[in-house]
Write a new protein. Structure first.
Length: 351
C-alpha cells in the first residue's frame, strides 16, 4: 500500500479512500462467484484501486475494488474498452462473470470485479520495451476511435494524471495559492516560481495549437506495470481507470514524460531516441500523426507536471498529503521548463 493511501482522499471526500482487504470482502466475492475459498492473498499495489492477487488452489485471480466515485456506467465503459481490444488481439483484462452472469458486484458501496491473473516478467519501462509497446498504443487509439462510449466513459476523471490544456493555468494557480497559505519554505517558493512560469508559458504556447488537435478516447495511463511482458512479448495492457476523451498525443506525451523526466541533458542523441519512440507509436496508427500533432508533443510533455499542482495539490483533502506531494515535484517542473526554453529544438527533433 502506498504511503499516501490513507490520506489521499480528494475533492472534499469525492474520491474516497483506497479499499482495504477484509474477510468480509473475500467471502462476498467467493459467494458471488461460486469460489470455495481464496488464499495466498497479496496486495498488488496501485494508487487508484485495491488490486488483490488471490488463488482458489487451481486458478489465480485479481480482485479489483474501485473507489466510490467510479459508477456503474463508468465501469461498463472500462470493461467495453477491454472487450473490444481483446477481440482485436490486444491482450487486456478478462473479467470472470458471477454465478448470475454479471461482470461485477457491489461491496460496501464500491464496485468489484474479478479478472484472470496474468503472469509477467517485465514492465514497459525501458527503451526496448517502449519501442515494442508504443506501436500497440497506436493500435489501441485506432481501435478506440470508432467505439461508442457513454458520457461517463468519455469523462476525464478529476483524480487522474492528466490536466486539460484549457484548464491547466487556472487549476495550477489554485494549487499555487494553497502552497502560499503554508508560510512556504525556500523550497516551496522555488516551486511556486517555477510552476507559475511553466503554467503561463505552456498555456500561451498551446493556445493556438490545441484547439486544432483531434480528440478521441485514449487509455490514460499507458506506462510501466500497466503494460507487462513475458519472454519479450506483451501479455497484458491493463488499468483503464484514467481513460477519457482527449487529444491522442496527450496519451503518448504521458508515456514519454514518465520515461524521460530526469536530470539528464536533452542531448541530440536523447532527442533522437525520443523521436524514434514517437515514430514507433505512429507506426501503429492508421491515421498518422500530423505535423501539428508532432509540434504539440513537447508542449504536452511540458504540461504533465501541472496536474501535480492543479490536480493533486489543489484537490487533496489532507494538507499533509498535499505537502508531501509538493515536496517531490520541483525536479519535474524544472525538467519541463527546460523543454519550453528549448522548444524549437524539441519541435525540430519530433517533426
Amino acid at each position: 500500500m502506498q504511503k499516501d493511501s490513507l490520506s489521499d482522499n480528494a475533492g472534499g471526500g469525492l474520491r474516497g479512500l483506497r479499499a482495504r482487504p477484509s474477510a468480509d470482502l473475500l467471502k462476498t466475492v467467493c459467494d458471488a462467484y461460486g469460489i470455495h475459498s481464496l488464499s495466498d492473498i497479496i496486495d498488488l499495489g496501485g494508487s487508484a484501486n485495491l488490486n488483490l492477487f488471490a488463488t482458489d488452489g487451481h486458478n489465480r485471480y485479481v480482485v479489483r475494488v474501485y473507489r466510490p466515485y467510479v459508477n456503474e456506467a463508468r465501469l461498463a465503459d472500462i470493461q467495453l474498452a477491454r472487450q473490444v481490444l481483446n477481440a482485436q488481439g490486444i491482450p487486456s483484462s478478462k473479467v470472470r462473470l458471477t454465478l448470475n452472469g454479471q461482470p461485477y458486484i457491489l461491496f460496501d458501496g464500491r464496485l468489484v470485479e474479478v479478472d484472470r491473473y496474468v503472469e509477467s516478467d517485465a514492465n514497459m519501462a525501458s527503451w526496448e520495451h517502449l519501442a515494442a509497446g508504443l506501436p500497440l498504443l497506436g493500435r489501441i487509439h485506432t481501435i478506440l476511435r470508432d467505439v461508442q462510449f457513454s458520457t461517463e466513459g468519455k469523462k476525464n476523471q478529476p483524480f487522474a494524471n492528466y490536466i486539460e490544456p484549457q484548464n491547466a493555468l487556472g487549476m495550477t494557480l489554485k494549487g499555487i495559492q494553497r502552497i502560499r497559505g503554508w508560510n512556504p519554505s525556500a523550497y516551496n517558493m522555488r516551486l511556486i516560481t517555477a510552476t507559475e512560469e511553466l503554467a503561463y508559458l505552456v498555456s500561451a504556447a498551446e493556445q493556438e495549437l490545441v484547439p486544432m488537435l483531434p480528440r478521441q478516447m485514449v487509455h490514460g495511463d499507458f506506462w510501466d506495470n500497466n503494460v507487462v511482458f513475458r519472454d519479450g512479448r506483451i501479455v497484458l495492457v491493463t488499468d483503464f481507470d484514467f481513460m477519457g476523451e482527449r487529444a491522442r498525443i496527450d496519451d503518448l506525451a504521458l508515456t514519454l514524460y514518465y520515461f524521460d523526466c530526469s536530470d539528464e541533458p536533452s542531448s541530440a542523441k536523447r532527442l533522437g531516441g525520443l523521436r524514434g519512440l514517437i515514430d514507433s507509436y505512429d507506426s501503429g496508427l492508421t491515421e498518422h500523426l500530423s505535423m501539428r500533432e508532432r509540434l504539440s508533443i513537447p508542449l504536452a510533455m511540458a504540461r504533465q507536471p501541472l496536474w501535480s499542482m492543479g490536480g493533486w495539490i489543489a484537490l487533496l483533502d489532507d494538507e499533509e498529503a498535499a505537502r508531501r506531494h509538493a515536496a517531490g515535484m520541483l525536479g519535474d517542473v524544472e525538467w519541463a521548463l527546460r523543454i519550453i526554453r528549448e522548444l524549437d529544438r524539441w519541435q525540430a527533433a519530433f517533426s
